[in-house]
Write a protein that binds this ligand. Structure first.
Ligand code: NAP
Length: 487
């Protein structure tokens, strides 16, 4: 007996697109991608703040199945990445499988299949649900007293309005992550004055972010796909070094950390400013910030770094705890995301009515990033413990999607009706991962978005080879499968 699995993929960002194309290539045709945004791209659709650039080299920041030879630079701007993702969707003919402006509000397992409900009241039935809902998804707005009394404009970087006027204005930027650093660098030249409010300074490593890719390189790579594949493989191999540096203490880690310190020392000569910009934790502990322009921007005459804590926002600007008040026309919140929400606030109910909120009461947890006990036939792509700090997200998404297709194949062949990871296998994976996260640089004493509310590092602690081995073939001992009514 063969039957075509009905699949709902939630999210059309990198993970969702990788999943859809992988399913398509594996011969599965009955899938629907539900995307709440008005276009594909996930974070690359929602994020459009000035200066948005990916600090991962573009020749790596692409799918293995959709090589793009002609990126404009070594590090592509956000809009170019979004266009690339749109081109992949169009080029792979996914348009008629994609529903935009369609937000999923709930997904409920009936005992045999899933009922997925959208905010428009549409209900879809599916044999499998694949949540590719992303990590940098729900903007975090800090609870600063008086924020709602501010008389000027307030914008969160992840919800930038294209008509926001920045030139000639007094701008304050709160937040010192990759976003804050990029937006300050971009807004400083045109601003009347820019104040960067720095609660915790970040190590900012210099890299040639503005380096253009000559058009001839694009032409050559287009003509020689084998060479292009080799280049991609080299970048992938290079990213393995990054994973090693992050996960294991070594001279390589110390070397990179020395480079981060050197980047600060050589670009900020003023000892007082340098002192205020020096973090009290190791480089690489937080998501590393990379820039070629930030230190120059904040040294400009119209710029200042403010390290005094914010006391409150007033109608005119920001009152600091040292008694000073900064007058502000535009307040930019580069304050990041609720990074551990994953599929929530969707209401997800699995076997016996168990809710995801209850299952994750002590923090998000999955088996090998993709399966959750209590939730049969539901998989995540870039779920908990995903390697957002170390390994290519495109590689990880494609690998996970191929893993899932193996379950879809078994369903198609009538070997399983439902599949659910065991609690024991999930607990063992999480215990092992928790131990392996011990010596990682992310666990060296800083407060970062990698940490859950419970203080656990929510990242992948292993190298790419281990990830590939874990997700190449399902270990059937780790799953309950149901066939024809019996577990
Ligand atoms: P983030 O790294 O989480 O940074 C948030 C910032 O907001 C932190 O500096 C935080 O300070 C500050 N903050 C939060 N609440 C505050 C408050 N009440 N008062 C003062 N400061 C406050 O967020 P992000 O910069 O948006 O970056 C998130 C991730 O997106 C990055 O780590 C990266 O993975 C990704 N990203 C990538 C690129 C790229 O080029 N590839 C570009 C942008 C973003 P504390 O540190 O003190 O908490």
């Amino acid at each position: 007996m063969t039957r075509e699995p009905r699949v709902v993929i939630i999210g059309a960002g990198i993970a969702g697109i990788a999943t859809a194309v992988t399913l398509q290539r594996a011969g599965f045709g009955d899938f629907t991608i539900l995307e709440k945004g008005s276009d594909v791209g996930g974070v690359w659709h929602w994020n459009r703040y000035p200066g948005l650039t990916c600090d991962v080299p573009s020749q790596l920041y692409q799918f293995s199945f959709a090589p793009k030879p002609d990126w404009s630079g070594l590090f592509a701007p956000g809009a170019e990445i979004q266009r690339y993702l749109r081109d992949v969707v169009d080029g792979c003919g996914l348009g008629d499988r994609l529903l935009l402006n369609t937000e999923v509000v709930s997904a409920t397992f009936s005992g045999t299949d899933w009922r997925v409900t959208t905010s428009g009241g549409v209900e879809l039935e599916a044999d499998f649900v694949i949540a590719a809902t992303g990590v940098l998804h729900h903007p975090f707005t800090p609870d600063i007293p008086g924020l709602d009394t501010f008389a000027g404009d307030v914008v969160h970087t992840a919800r930038w309005h294209d008509d926001t006027v920045t030139d000639g204005r007094r701008i304050a930027v709160i937040g010192t992550g990759s976003t804050g650093v990029q937006v300050v660098s971009a807004l400083q030249p045109g601003a009347a004055r820019i104040s960067h409010l720095v609660r915790s300074p970040q190590w900012v490593m210099w890299a040639p972010m503005g380096l253009r890719q000559p058009a001839a390189v694009g032409r050559l790579l287009r003509k020689r796909p084998a060479l292009h594949r080799k280049l991609y493989a080299v970048f992938l191999w290079g990213s393995g070094i990054l994973a090693d540096i992050a996960t294991r203490p070594s001279w390589r880690r110390r070397l990179v950390q020395t480079y981060a310190r050197w980047s600060l020392r050589t670009q900020v000569r003023n000892p007082e400013l340098r002192d205020r910009l020096t973090p009290d934790y190791q480089p690489l502990c937080k998501r590393q910030v990379v820039s070629s322009s930030y230190y120059r921007a904040i040294r400009a005459d119209n710029a200042e770094v403010v390290t005094a804590p914010i006391d409150r926002v007033t109608p005119r600007g920001i009152a600091l705890s040292d008694g000073r008040e900064i007058d502000v026309d535009l307040l930019v919140l580069a304050t990041g995301f609720h990074t551990h929400n994953y599929m929530r606030p969707m209401r997800i109910r699995g076997r016996d009515g168990i809710s995801l909120d209850d299952a994750w009461a002590k923090g998000p947890r999955a088996y090998r990033m993709t399966a959750i006990p209590g939730f049969p036939n539901l998989f995540t792509v870039l779920g908990p413990n995903s390697p957002t700090g170390s390994i290519s997200l495109q590689y990880s998404s494609e690998l996970t999607a191929r893993y899932i297709t193996q379950w879809l194949r078994r369903f198609r062949d009538g070997e399983v009706d439902t599949v659910e990871v065991t609690e024991e296998a999930t607990a063992k994976f999480n215990d092992d991962a928790g131990q392996a996260l011990g010596p990682t640089v992310w666990n060296t004493g800083c407060n970062s978005w990698y940490l859950t509310d419970e203080g656990n590092v929510d990242l992948w602690p292993y190298d790419r080879k281990t990830m590939t081995a874990m997700l190449s073939r399902p270990d059937y001992r780790d799953f309950h499968v149901q066939k024809g009514g019996g577990l």
